[in-house]
Design a binder for this molecule. Structure first.
Ligand code: 13P
Ligand code: SF4
Length: 372
């Protein structure tokens, strides 16, 4: 018989130790299964439930909270997450929490944001490799050089950036407030041009909604840049009448074919408010599961792309993170000091509504192609 090597058991050795599904675990978790029964088959529940019970017990003992991004799998999002939402909502929750420990069920830049807002708290990320193609596309040194090249232009950076980049930033934004933040920055800094970093597609989608001139960076989300306008046309052909919602990290051609574009929470709210018969969310895969659970009368069509970074966060790793206080996010004090200001400016901005991305015009946007 050929040797196929070790069986595939996941990318973390700790996941190989299965916890038992006992009577006590059942008592602690049966009510939680009801929340996710329509997206998690019953046969899979005994693998999740012992971790859920152990995590929820430890959270209470340790005064810890779990901040769960909308892209977390349903068993994390619905069964152990204390606060769930988009990047902006999670940053706001981090700023408010009384907990001693924050476990970020999301990616590393989100954990850094929590640490910057709560430097006295312990912030843990269950897998240090949970990165982001946007965050790794640009460094603080790149931003310093861009500022020399465009003196006077305020620097708006997406929260999907490292602390180092935020330290060089005037104001942060997320996809739920990007248009408003750009207009605020242009006015506040008295400039007709804004440096909007590092997502070239979000930059172009914002530029379509404002008269402010935008200079951007050639970064992209590796998940959303793979969607094409042709994908949307094919979906519509196969499912006439389907409502298409897209995340603004998608290329502008995708948004032009969509019925609505907004942040992860923007899409979720759209479904809640409009209850379409059939809907497709052009974004990360877990989003549809989580939104479907809240909207049982809506049918979800599911072409989607997985974010490999978000998917590194699993229940066994969250448990291990709490048990071993790993992996602690640390940032030098001087960077925290500088990076806090642009995040707080964003949080303090009185926003009347979520950013809308219904393409009004399509201006040329310069994306710096290479590191300066
Ligand atoms: P949101 O701010 O819409 O939650 O997006 C974060 C993200 O990483 C999307 O890819
Ligand atoms: Fe980054 Fe894209 Fe993954 Fe979001 S979906 S964390 S932007 S790589």
């Amino acid at each position: 018989m050929p040797d196929f090597g070790e069986p595939f058991i996941g990318d973390n050795a700790k996941e190989t130790t299965r916890l038992p599904y006992t009577k006590e675990v059942r008592e602690k978790t049966d009510h939680l299964y009801e929340r996710v029964a329509s997206v998690i088959p019953e046969i899979e529940w005994p693998a999740h439930a012992p971790y859920i019970a152990a995590i929820n017990d430890l959270k209470n003992e340790m005064n810890a909270v779990i901040l769960a991004h909308n892209y977390m799998t349903p068993e994390i999002f619905n069964c152990v997450g204390d606060f769930a939402g988009d990047s902006l909502q999670l940053a706001k929750e981090a700023a408010k929490t009384d907990a001693d420990i924050i476990v970020q069920a999301g990616v590393h830049f989100m954990a850094e944001t929590s640490k910057i807002l709560c430097p006295e708290k312990t912030v843990l990320i269950p897998d240090l490799r949970a990165g982001c193609s946007l965050a790794s596309s640009i460094t603080g040194a790149d931003v310093r050089l861009l500022k020399q090249k465009y003196p006077g232009a305020p620097v708006v950076t997406y929260v999907n950036t490292t602390a180092d980049v935020k330290a060089e930033t005037d104001i942060c934004c997320t996809s739920s407030n990007a248009v408003e933040v750009v207009e605020y920055a242009a006015k506040e800094w008295g400039s007709d041009t804004v440096l909007f970093l590092p997502d070239q597609y979000l930059a172009k989608n914002v530029a379509a909604m404002t008269d402010v001139k935008i200079v951007t960076w050639a970064g992209a989300c590796e998940v959303h840049e793979r969607f094409t306008a042709e994908d949307i046309r094919e979906i519509r052909e196969g499912r006439p009448g389907v409502i298409v919602l897209a995340h603004p990290e998608c290329p502008p051609g995708v948004l032009a074919e969509a019925d609505f574009a907004g942040s992860t929470s923007g899409m979720s709210n759209y479904v809640k408010e409009n209850q379409p018969d059939h809907v497709v969310l052009i974004t990360e895969c877990s989003m549809s599961d989580n939104v479907a659970l809240e909207n049982p009368n809506v049918n979800f069509v599911r072409p989607c792309n997985l974010c490999p970074h978000m998917k590194r966060i699993t229940l066994p790793k969250i448990l291990s993170s709490l048990q071993n206080r790993e992996f602690e996010v640390t940032i030098p004090a001087d960077i925290i000091e500088k990076a806090r200001r642009p995040i707080e400016r964003m949080i303090d901005l009185p926003l009347k509504r979520q950013s809308m991305y219904n393409h009004q015009h399509a201006p040329e946007v310069a994306a710096i192609e290479a590191r300066v």
